[in-house]
Design a protein around this ligand. Sequence first.
Ligand code: PLP
Length: 481
Amino acid sequence: MIEWMKDDPKTVRELVEWLVTSIHEGVWLPKTRLPPERSLADQFGLNRSTVATAYLELQARGLVDRRQGSGTYVRDDLWGITPDWPRYLEQAAFRPLAPLARKIAETRQRRDILDFSDGNIGPEVWPVESMQRLLAGVDLNEVLGFGHPLGLPALRETVSSEIKRNLNVKVDPESLLITAGAQQALYLLARGLLHPGDSIAIEKPSFYYSQALFQSCGVRLLPIPMDKDGVLPDALKELVRKHRPAMVWLNPTYHNPTGVTLNLERRQAVVAICNAWNLPIVEDDTFAHLQVAGTPKVPSPLFRLAEQSSVLYVGSLSKVVAPGLRIGWVAGPRAIITRLAEIRSQIDSGTPGLVQGLAAAFLSSPGWQSHRRTVSQALRQRRDAFAHSLSTFAARGATWTVPAGGLHFWLKLGGAMPDELRVETAVNSGVTYAPGRLYGAEDGFARLNYVRLSPTEAALGIARLAEAITGGPPHSTRSHI
Ligand SMILES: Cc1ncc(COP(=O)(O)O)c(C=O)c1O
């Protein structure tokens, strides 16, 4: 990944120096191509001719080969005898991030960017003070060893009580595995229970990393279409009948990226279909706690509606507390959970005990309930301010539904610009966001985090973004749902 320097190169000499360092650090491996002149020029706000001159200088120094019509490549023999790294990378099981995802991840690191793409509540809402206090009280004797393969018993007890209190489902702490975030739970499930060539039914669009993960695991995705009430049961039924997926994988509450919640009637229909075909369900409930104050309670989870033995229930503290904790969990039949724990122990011997101790202390402190109220209120305030600022987008033909929970607005944009170009122009105007293509949607959708930035920053970012990505001047009529 390209490191963002404190001072971007401004002259040919500085650019050459930056390129030489980057090549020696292996940013681009022997045999691989340097960025096209145009994109490097855009990255640093330079003329294309400055980049062309710098590339010629690299050639003169024997670092690169220039190939007519193909680009500028780091020389094969640059490091003497080297393993064929590009081949290793090409043939590895895990796929690289999509170029658009990489671009957004890199852009996010810039301090001068207003970032709507990140999926977290942001430092202003993190419960920093109470966690700081609780951290001092964590009993190090309890947490400095390797710990229980399923995770710290005290944390499993508190997560189990939370599940009982919030969902009215009884989960034995021995049937609960603490993971490094929900994402690792998804990874363990994919690795532990699916085979290359299997297919799963999953919402379209869906969470970016789950898509990337399944592709890396050789699992085919059968997209279930959605509308404003979640997945369409009839479409699921048809898809199951035709393709016999190995599992149904859903994020039914405040779905990422659309923010939609599957309604009760459809939840019951989904459960009935899965029961009829004996299909396990993975319920990814990562956004469960993110209800906007004053909105209707979400329907019962599939975990409660279905036979508990057929649902693998995934949760996380990343969204409601902070993603850097890397605390998630998966609950399900004991034998499955035990197997997932065994896979996990082959990977990393468990989530750091100190973090688990801190999470357990926080979830059992009075601060947890007050934090939940704070989050819910903050979501309300920021969502409403954001909705107000979005009128700029409405004037340009974008439409959306105001979310009742989760962290995002999901906008259908006007115009026919491809997502890559929209992201490019957004970044050039100092803003980044998550385009629909990342989630498997068609081009022309935008997921915007409404809570991380202050209302003033958000309003500024929205104004810039609307100008950059809607591909046209404001319309005189306004329409938004
Ligand atoms: C639907 C969904 N599942 C899982 C995750 C991963 O969450 P965690 O940070 O707990 O790994 C995310 C993160 O954005 C998500 O949106």
